[in-house]
Every structure is written in C-alpha cells, then in structure tokens.
Design a protein around this ligand. Structure first.
Ligand code: ADP
Ligand code: MG
Length: 459
C-alpha cells in the first residue's frame, strides 16, 4: 500500500491516509494473496466530488479491481465516513520506458499482470520477415490479430527453436491491443502458467486463479510442451482451455512440435489442440535467411551507424548459418559491433575469424551420401541407379534433385559433388541444379517433395 501526497488537495491527503485502514480491512476480506496482487499495487490519489481516484500499475489490474472489488471498496470508503459514488483508475507511468502512447496500449502479458514486465515492442508484425517457410503461420497469425469472429480455435503454432513462434504470438498481442482495445489479451509462457497455478494451489487461491484465466478474451500460451507430464497443471490447463473455447474466446498456443508428437501430453489435450488450426514454422531456407539478414542489418545500422557489409557476406552468412534465426541475429550483431569498432569494411577473413565459433557449430552435417540415400528412398529407386549411368526420367529426375539438394545443403563444390555422383563432371551437376531450379518454379508437387526432403535432411 502506498500513499500519495497530494499538495493541492488537503482532503485528498486525509483520504489517502484513511485508505491505509481501508486497505487493511480489505486484506481481511479478500485474503493475503489477493490483497498483495490487486490491492497493494493501488495508489489512492484523491477522493474528489464523489469519485475515488486510484493509480494502478496496469490497465489489467485496474479493470480487474473494478470488476471484482468495486463494491467492496466503495462500501468500505463510505463506512469510513467519506461520501463516494464511484472509483476511477488511471494507469501509472511505470511502464513508460517505451513511448507513452505505446505504454498506454501495451498488451498485458501474464508477466505484466503478475510480475511487472511487458511484452517486447520489437516483436511486431512490421519486423517479421515473411518467406515460404513461415508464410502460412504468418497468415494465420495475421488473421487472429484482426480480432474478428473466431474462425479457428485454437491457433496452434509449432516449430523448432528460434523460428519465430514467440515473435508471432507477441505480434498478435500488439496488433490486437491496437485494433481491439476492448479485448483483454493475456500472453504468458506455459512455464509461467504452471508457476502461477502451483502458487495458487499453495495459497489456496485456486478460485481466483480460475477467474483470472477465464475472464480474458484472448489467451496465448507459449511453449506448451513445458506442461507435458505435469499432471495437475495439464489438467487445469485443459479446463481453462475448454472454458474459454466454450465462451468462444480465442486461444493461441505454441509448442516446439506438433500436438500429437508432444511426449506425455494427455491424449485428450492433444486432440483438443488439433480442433483448430495447426500450422508449423518450417526451418528457414536460404532466401528467408537472406531477407532477415538484410532487414536486421538495416535495423542495426540505426544504432551502429554506417557499417559496410557486402552482399557477398550476407550471402555467405545466409548459406552457412542454418535454421535458428536467433543465432543468425547474434552473428550479424557481432559483425556490426566488430565493424564499428575497427571502422572498416568487413572482409571475408574477418567474418571467418569473428564468427568462427558460430560457423563451426552450424556446419551442416548432412552429407551428399545421406542426401542420395534419402532421395532414392523417397522416389523409390535403387541407390546404385542414382549413381549409375541410366538416363530414364524416373531415375534421372531424382538424381537431379539429389544434386540440387547437395548443392543447397552441403558446402561441397560442384566438382566434389560430381565425384560423389559416380564421377560425373561438374557441368553435369550444374545442369542438374539449374534444371531443378527451373522446374521448381512451375511444378508445385516437385516443390513440395523438395521441401519435405529438405526438412527430413536438415532435422
Ligand atoms: P521461437 O519462439 O520460435 O524459439 P523467437 O520468436 O523467439 O523463436 O525468434 C527468435 C529470434 O529470431 C527473435 O529475435 C525473433 O525476432 C527473430 N525472428 C524469428 N523469425 C523471424 C522472422 N521471420 N523475421 C524477423 N525476425 C525473426
Ligand atoms: Mg519462443
């Protein structure tokens, strides 16, 4: 409980003094932990003309108090002898490290409600680079972010680490608060969900816990694989989930794999998860990585000043640093820092030096031999045919696809690849690669085959 010294209004000062007593009475009525979560963060500013003015740390807390404790507070103030007809809440400037307008509209993260942190303003749609591997997930996220009628529930986003799940979820939260300020949006990690649940159990406040989670309009739970195997948390999550779906409230879930593949996730939960729209973020491809690098470079340039990094280096990085966008970002950031320190253009030697650790660990482990094996298997041909001289279409096509993937996924040169394809000339490999590139543009079935193979090989 905090007091506000209100110079201009002596009455206000007395009232805020008596708020201490009122707050204490409330503690008895609502319980220690509720008091700590909802009443203590309030600052009583003044009571003027029948209105009691409070400052709340976030809009969510203000709304919550209004919705749940309005009458109780009013009665207690009246009992203390002050005439009051309503409560008014302003949101404190405490979250205004960011621009004011933004802070006022900041979506409420679970952390915000419970601990006082806010969502990352950088994780918005503007900063999200769209490419083939994430276009579906992006489109689905956009749809949910419109805040219109709930069309699929839940939206289940999954994919490997660093592929943009959290980014998309937070982007939805930001966009929704802008477009639909009337909606209560709650974003939190599954870990946090569990933590709060356990705390509520311990403090015997499970009803309050249920109320909080069932009163939101949009619930987003990140990394839900975390609660797999944690039986009572899963159970509670399942009930929360059902209660919200029944009220036609939007739910967005993320996980590191598809619902059916999460070990120790109860079958009934995983099947509920699949009732909505399940979309995956595929591993990044070369084009997406290049796009992200260029976008981030433009962004970094704002803080590091002019730094020259040639296209060739971007291409090298996009080629050599695989899937995880976080790693890609880290590499670029390091290059910028390095370049601005030494004040000269980044050369390939410097890149090798400066990023040697990253380049080493993201060395692609997939080999030409593995690619040949997988492709042969996929198209149901013999490995010996893949390497042999036969030129019938059913053999030559898979062979060219294997050549193409070898070029894309390994750092082998064309002559090296040629040697591994039964001693073929590098021009034959080049021809194969070009041919597949051409066909990909026109043949969507082929495209799908290749993407599938690529994912099999890269994982
Ligand atoms: P995940 O939650 O899937 O592990 P994140 O959403 O945390 O991944 O993304 C990791 C980092 O990569 C973040 O800094 C995020 O902004 C960035 N990132 C991921 N995908 C993209 C993208 N398509 N465009 C721009 N940045 C991205
Ligand atoms: Mg994440």
């Amino acid at each position: 409980m905090r007091f506000a010294w209100n110079e201009e209004n002596r009455l206000g000062c007395e009232v805020t003094d008596s708020w201490a007593g009122i707050s204490n009475e409330l503690r008895r009525e609502v319980g220690e932990s509720n008091h700590k979560s909802w009443i203590e963060p309030l600052e009583c500013l003044a009571i003027k003309e029948g209105v009691a003015h409070f400052r709340a740390p976030s809009r969510f807390v203000g709304d919550w108090v209004k919705r749940n404790y309005h009458d109780q507070i009013l009665t207690l103030i009246r009992n203390s002898g002050t005439d009051v007809t309503r409560l008014d809440f302003v949101v404190s400037g405490a979250v205004a490290a960011r621009p004011k307008a933004e802070a006022a509209r900041a979506p409420v993260s679970g952390d915000d409600v419970l601990q006082g942190t806010v969502l990352d303003p950088k994780l918005n749609f503007d900063n999200f680079v769209v490419g083939k591997p994430n276009e579906l997930a992006h489109a689905a996220a956009r749809r949910v972010a419109e805040g219109g009628a709930v069309t699929f529930n839940p939206l289940f986003l999954y994919g490997g680490v660093g592929l943009g799940k959290t980014h998309l979820m937070q982007a939805i939260a930001w966009e929704l608060t802008e477009k639909r300020p009337d909606l209560q949006v709650l974003y939190l990690s599954a870990e946090k969900f569990m933590y709060r649940f356990v705390q509520a159990l311990r403090d015997r406040e499970i009803m309050d816990f249920k109320n909080i989670f069932r009163s939101v309009d949009v619930l987003m739970v990140d990394d839900v694989q975390f609660i797999a195997g944690k039986d009572s948390t899963q159970e509670e999550f399942f009930h929360t989930f059902n209660a919200l779906v029944d009220q036609n409230k939007q739910i967005v879930i993320s996980a590191d794999r598809a619902p059916g593949e999460i070990k120790d996730l109860e079958a009934r939960i995983s099947s509920r998860m699949q009732c909505g729209l399940v979309v995956d973020l595929h591993p990044t491809n070369y084009e997406l990585r290049l796009g992200i690098l260029q976008r981030k470079a433009a962004h970094f340039a704002q803080s590091y000043g002019s730094v020259t990094i040639s296209d060739g280096i971007f291409e090298f990085l996009a080629h050599r640093i695989s899937n995880n966008v976080r790693v890609l970002e880290g590499a670029l950031q390091r290059l910028f820092a390095f370049s601005s320190l030494i004040g000269q253009e980044i050369t390939m030697d410097m890149v090798q030096d400066c990023l040697s650790d990253i380049l080493r660990t993201s060395e692609r482990r997939v080999t030409v031999e593995e690619i040949q094996r997988k492709v042969a298997e996929h198209f149901n041909i013999r490995l010996s045919d893949m390497l042999g001289p036969k030129r019938t279409r059913t053999i030559a096509r898979p062979r060219q696809i294997a050549m193409y993937l070898s070029k894309e996924l390994t750092s082998r040169s064309l002559p090296e690849i040629g040697r591994r394809f039964g001693g073929r000339d590098h021009t034959t490999i080049l021809h194969g690669v070009r041919k597949v590139e051409e066909m990909r543009a026109a043949d969507s079935q082929l495209n799908e085959d290749i993407e599938l193979l690529r994912r099999l090989l890269e994982n």
